[in-house]
Ligand binder design. Structure first.
Ligand SMILES: [Zn+2]
Length: 274
């Protein structure tokens, strides 16, 4: 059996990925979340934290003016990551070598630990779900951040207060509202979702109807194969696409059978258009 990844390795990698511009309370809470999850045999790594406006603009260009797939709808200044107040996480295999993007019970448990530490979770948003995303806004909205305000965050760990001397709402008034993030979404895309049934067949069903489903799922972060070429959007309804469908179904109260049909179509349209 491969050696289990060390807690310190997860922490070191996460600190590196969060960047130097990360808020100190966000950083310390993220580390505590990693520690608590580790005790439960859940291996979490932070994949992203602070992003400069330039980095955000580069990310925004992907799939638009640069090659690749669209990964964000936020330009520089429009993401809570640009203010060092947000992090993204992923689960790792026990040996730390494989990233696991499936939103399962362990994934939700990490979100729960994060929320107990004062984070809001993107998986709770009504308008669209961002399952890897956790943030601490201290009651401020994105427009307030854009206008130069900074929150005073209170650590749930040690009652430390972050260095920004601007008075704001108490942190316990902080609610996970979708309104902040939704402002960053400017384009509502329609995906021409097919009617009828799609499932894994032999040979595999392929074509634009499959691609439309894959693109729609990817737009709300249910990638067929995140990190693969075009995030696995290839027009083939294979096991990975079925897996993305069943993850979506699981998170939206449907039977997670990996079969795309009228119910999945209806729910998918609703989630994307909302
Ligand atoms: Zn994020």
């Amino acid at each position: 059996m491969a050696k289990q990844i060390e807690l310190q390795t997860l922490i070191d990698r996460s600190i590196r990925n969060m960047g130097s511009g990360i808020n100190s309370i966000v950083k310390e809470s993220a580390i505590e979340m990693i520690k608590q999850a580790y005790k439960e045999g859940i291996f979490v790594q932070i994949t992203s934290g602070y992003r400069s406006f330039a980095e955000q603009n580069k990310l925004y260009a992907k799939g638009r003016t640069a090659s690749g797939n669209i990964v964000t709808n936020a330009k520089g200044g429009q993401s809570n990551h640009n203010y060092g107040l947000a992090i993204d996480y992923v689960l790792l295999s026990a040996d730390g070598k494989k990233a696991i993007w499936t939103v399962n019970e362990k994934w939700r448990r990490v979100a729960q630990i994060g929320k107990a530490l004062g984070f809001s979770w993107g998986g709770d948003w009504m308008r669209f779900k961002d399952y890897p995303h956790l943030e601490m806004m201290g009651g401020l909205t994105l427009s307030q951040l854009q206008a130069g305000k900074r929150p005073v965050l209170v650590s749930f760990l040690s009652n430390k207060v972050s260095a920004n001397p601007i008075k704001t709402k108490p942190v316990n008034k902080l609610l996970a509202k979708g309104t902040v993030k939704s402002k960053a979404i400017t384009s509502k895309k329609s995906y021409n979702l097919p009617s009828g049934i799609l499932k894994v067949t032999k040979p595999l069903t392929k074509g634009p109807q499959v691609k439309a489903v894959q693109q729609a799922l990817a737009s709300i972060y249910f990638y067929p194969d995140k990190g693969a070429i075009n995030n696995g959007i290839d027009g083939y309804y294979g096991p990975k696409t079925a897996n993305a469908v069943s993850r979506f179904q699981m998170m939206n109260g449907l039977t997670p059978d990996g079969i795309y049909g009228p119910k999945t179509k209806a729910t998918l349209s609703k989630v994307i258009e909302s």
